[in-house]
Design a protein around this ligand. Structure first.
Ligand code: AMP
Length: 403
C-alpha cells in the first residue's frame, strides 16, 4: 500500500500539539508541542527519532505557530512540501448537538462550530483559527477533519443530559450536559470490546488525568458522563472544582467584589486538588501526604470520594450489569495509590482489589495494562492506557480514503 503522510493537530487555548504520521503504518514521524503562544516566552519541543529538541521564538498566534511548525517539517526533511500531507485531523473541543461523529470540514461545519463559540470560548477560537489557516495554505482537495470531544456523548438519553432548570434554557440557549473526553472513551470502549471479545460492552470508564471525568457506557454507547455544559462539572480535578453548590458563585462575588468571570476562572484554574492542597499534580499531593500534610490528605480523600460516588451511581444506572470498571489517562494509568484506595472503597458492591496486580501496573512498572481485581470480584476493574491521537488519526484517514 502507498505510504502517505497525515497530520494530527490539537489547538489548546495557548498551546498547539502537532504530530505527523506515516500511514497506513500509523508511525509517528514527529511530535511537536508549542506552548505559551502569544507570549514572548513561547517555546516548542520537537520529538523525533527518540530525540527531544527545544526551541523558542515569540509566535503571536496559532496561525503563526502552524506556519512555523510546517517550516519545521520541511527543515527537518520530514516533508518536501505541504502537498505531501494527505489529510489533517483537528481535535475540536465542542461539537454542540451538531455532531455525533467526526466530519470532513466544509463551510457549513465551520459555521456550525462558530455558532457555538460561547460553549468553548477558550478552545474553539484557536481551533477555528488553525483550521482556517490550514485551508488557506493547503489544497482544497486535502480533507481537514474535525474530531469532537463531545461526539461520543451524543447518545446519552435525555434524562442523563437535561439539567433541572427551566426547559427553555435548553431549547433557546443549548443549556445541557454535553460531556468531554469522548475520543478517549471511544478508544477505551473499542479496546475493551476487543480484549473482552464482546460485540458490545457495558463499562464505567474513569478518565483521570489533569482534567478528569467518568462515563457510563451501555451497549458500547455513552449512557451518562460527569462533565457538563463545560468541562468544569462532575469530579473534583487537578485545578477544577467539579460539582459545587451553584450559589457559591453569587455569594463569593458579593463577598470579594470579583466578577462572575473571575470567580469562574478560579473554579477552573485554582480549585480542585490545587485549591485544597496547593498542588494540582497527584504525584505532588501524594508526596506532601507522605510528609503528613493534612490538606494534601484532605484533597486526596475528597477526590477519592468524588470518583467513588460516580462509579457507584453509574453502577446502579447500568443496573449492575457492568463488564468492567476501567482506569485510564495520566493518574488512572499510573497512580497506584489512588486506584487502590478507590477500588478498596467499592467493596460494598462486591468489588475486590487484587493489591499485587494493582501494584504492578503503571508506565514505570512491568505492566501497562491489565486486571486489578481478584477472580471473585463481582465486577472486574482494569487499567488501560488511552490513545486519543490514534482515534483522530484513524478517523481522518478513513474519511480521507472515502472522500
Ligand atoms: P493527563 O492529563 O492524562 O496527561 O494526566 C496528567 C496527570 O496525571 C498529572 O497532572 C498527574 O496528576 C497524573 N499523573 C501522571 N503520572 C502519574 C503518576 N506516576 N502517579 C500519579 N499521578 C500521575
Amino acid at each position: 500500500m502507498e505510504k502517505e503522510k497525515y497530520l494530527v493537530v490539537n489547538a489548546g487555548s495557548s498551546s498547539l500539539k502537532f504530530s505527523l504520521y506515516e500511514m497506513p503504518a500509523q508511525e509517528e514521524l514527529v511530535n511537536v508541542y508549542v506552548e505559551k503562544i502569544g507570549s514572548k516566552d513561547c517555546f516548542w519541543t520537537l520529538k523525533m527519532n527518540g530525540e527531544k529538541i527545544k526551541k523558542n521564538a515569540p509566535l503571536k498566534d496559532h496561525s503563526e505557530a502552524v506556519e512555523k511548525m510546517m517550516q519545521e517539517l520541511i527543515d527537518n526533511k520530514l516533508i518536501e512540501n505541504i502537498n505531501e500531507i494527505k489529510g489533517v485531523g483537528h481535535r475540536v473541543l465542542h461539537g454542540g448537538e451538531f455532531y455525533a461523529e467526526s466530519v470532513k470540514i466544509d463551510d457549513e461545519v465551520l459555521s456550525n462550530i462558530e455558532s457555538i463559540i460561547d460553549l468553548g470560548p477558550l478552545h474553539l477560537p484557536p481551533a477555528i483559527n488553525v483550521i482556517k489557516y490550514m485551508q488557506t495554505i493547503m489544497s482544497k482537495d486535502v480533507p481537514q477533519v474535525a474530531v469532537f470531544d463531545t461526539a461520543f456523548h451524543q447518545s446519552m438519553p435525555k434524562e442523563s443530559y437535561i439539567y433541572p432548570v427551566p426547559y427553555e434554557w435548553y431549547e433557546k440557549y443549548g443549556v445541557r450536559k454535553y460531556g468531554f473526553h469522548g475520543t478517549s472513551y471511544r478508544y477505551i470502549t473499542k479496546t475493551m470490546e476487543e480484549k473482552l471479545n464482546k460485540k458490545t460492552v457495558n463499562l464505567i470508564i474513569c478518565h483521570i488525568g489533569s482534567g478528569a471525568s467518568i462515563a457510563a457506557v451501555k451497549d458500547s454507547k455513552c449512557f451518562n458522563t460527569t462533565m457538563g455544559l463545560t468541562p468544569l462539572a462532575g469530579l473534583m480535578m487537578g485545578t477544577r472544582s467539579g460539582d459545587i453548590d451553584p450559589s457559591i458563585l453569587e455569594y463569593i462575588c458579593k463577598k470579594t467584589n470579583m466578577t462572575i468571570k473571575e470567580a469562574t476562572n478560579i473554579l477552573n484554574k485554582e480549585s480542585g486538588l490545587k485549591g485544597i492542597s496547593g498542588e494540582n499534580d497527584f504525584r505532588d499531593v501524594e508526596e506532601l501526604m507522605s510528609k503528613g500534610d493534612e490538606k494534601a490528605t484532605l484533597a486526596f480523600e475528597m477526590i477519592k470520594n468524588s470518583i467513588v460516588k460516580f462509579i457507584s451511581q453509574y453502577y446502579i444506572e447500568l443496573d449492575g450489569e457492568v463488564d468492567g470498571i476501567v482506569f485510564t489517562a495520566g493518574a488512572g494509568e499510573n497512580d497506584i495509590d489512588l486506584r487502590r484506595e478507590v477500588v478498596k472503597k467499592l467493596k460494598p458492591l462486591g468489588i475486590i482489589l487484587d493489591e499485587e496486580a494493582n501494584d504492578n501496573i503503571a508506565k514505570f512498572r512491568t505492566q501497562k495494562s491489565g486486571l486489578i481485581t481478584t477472580p471473585e470480584s463481582k465486577v472486574p476493574a482494569y487499567v488501560e492506557p488511552t490513545d486519543e491521537e490514534s482515534v483522530i488519526l484513524m478517523d481522518t484517514y478513513t474519511i480521507a480514503k472515502n472522500n
